[in-house]
Design a protein around this ligand. Structure first.
Ligand SMILES: [Zn+2]
Length: 329
């Protein structure tokens, strides 16, 4: 296993998504100098995606105009479950046939530098922790709200992986015993109550009652056109029905946030993902639930904030995996 190039000046962080792969040259002080981008070619097998990763790294370095010799290492955020120390993807829902595959080694050998990987949510949380909304803090929890809810904990400055790297499957903690059925088979998982489908279903049901709302017009009364972003927009424009949907959703988000604050009492609790862009309306409703439900720890000291790096969190996080490896020898 190679060590990071200590005399280098930058790392390349790569966000390996199911559709696209994006990479960026990140300096030690957190500046992004250049980017690369390719399709993931998820349907074409492991070697095709590895080739795309290498092209992304080369393009990012070329666009940044930095010497290749100063590359410290490469860090990647990859969806799924891994044995990251060995560079092995155990399972990734976005890539067909990626069961127990060696992802990292060919990339590391191609460039002759150290390469690292973590789960995509955990990688993004490292980006936010070092350079984004968690900067300057040692105890950070991050969740991403989407179709599911992903989680990550940084405890005393260290990313927690847990045994089998199965730590922080927070989306599947039960928050409502008789709640909606979750994709995992359980009822009332946090992501079944606060994830994308729950928000849309809530809006759809409210529209069925015949309450007036711009949401109906915006989505053409088509269930498939209702999105969390559309609901957030209508709510921020003052639409009462959309506001109700957002506030009910915020309550469910807040219940899980309160539970995690009770357990970890982080300094900062970062919320990322599409709906986190809904702004004050969402965050003030989450805060109200947390104030009410997390009273046994000094929860008022936990700052609940939106993610700051947006789509770049995975790229910054990938670079942080390299910086962190160097720091920890
Ligand atoms: Zn579940």
């Amino acid at each position: 296993m190679l060590l990071p190039n200590a005399s280098g000046s930058y790392a390349v962080g790569v966000d390996v998504g199911g559709t696209n792969i994006r990479g960026g040259v990140i300096t030690k002080d957190g500046k992004k100098l250049g980017e690369g981008r390719r399709p993931s070619r998820a349907q074409e097998g492991l070697a095709a995606t590895q080739r795309m990763i290498c092209e992304v790294v080369e393009e990012a370095i070329a666009n940044a105009g930095v010497p290749r010799a100063e590359l410290m290492g490469i860090g990647m955020g990859v969806p799924g479950r891994h044995n990251s120390a060995e560079g092995i993807v155990l399972y990734s829902p976005n890539f067909i046939g990626w069961t127990n595959v060696q992802l990292l080694q060919p990339v590391a050998e191609y460039f002759g530098v150290a390469a690292y990987m973590r789960n995509d949510v955990k990688t993004a949380s490292m980006g936010e922790y070092y350079f984004g909304a968690g900067k300057g803090n040692q105890w950070v929890v991050m969740i991403t709200l989407g179709t599911g809810i992903g989680g990550s904990l940084i405890a005393d400055g260290k990313l927690m992986l847990g045994s089998g790297e199965g730590f922080a499957e927070v989306g599947h903690m039960t928050v409502a015993p008789d709640g909606r059925l979750c994709g995992c088979g359980n009822h009332g998982c946090w992501e079944a109550m606060a994830g994308r489908d729950a928000i849309i279903e809530r809006a759809w049901r409210a529209l069925q009652t015949g309450h007036p709302s711009v949401l109906g017009d915006l989505a053409d009364f088509d269930l498939n056109k209702i999105t969390p972003a559309l609901i957030a927009r209508a709510a921020n424009d003052g639409d009462a029905l959309a506001r109700g949907v957002l506030e009910e959703t915020a309550m469910w988000v807040g219940i899980g946030v309160a539970n995690l604050i009770q357990v970890y009492n982080p300094q900062v609790f970062i919320i990322g993902g599409g709906i986190s862009q809904a702004g004050d309306l969402l965050f003030s409703a989450i805060q109200r639930t947390v104030n009410w439900r997390a009273q046994m720890v000094p929860a008022c000291t936990t700052q609940i904030v939106p993610a700051a790096l947006g789509d770049d969190a995975g790229i910054f996080g990938g670079a942080v995996l390299v910086f962190d490896a160097l720091k920890n020898g």
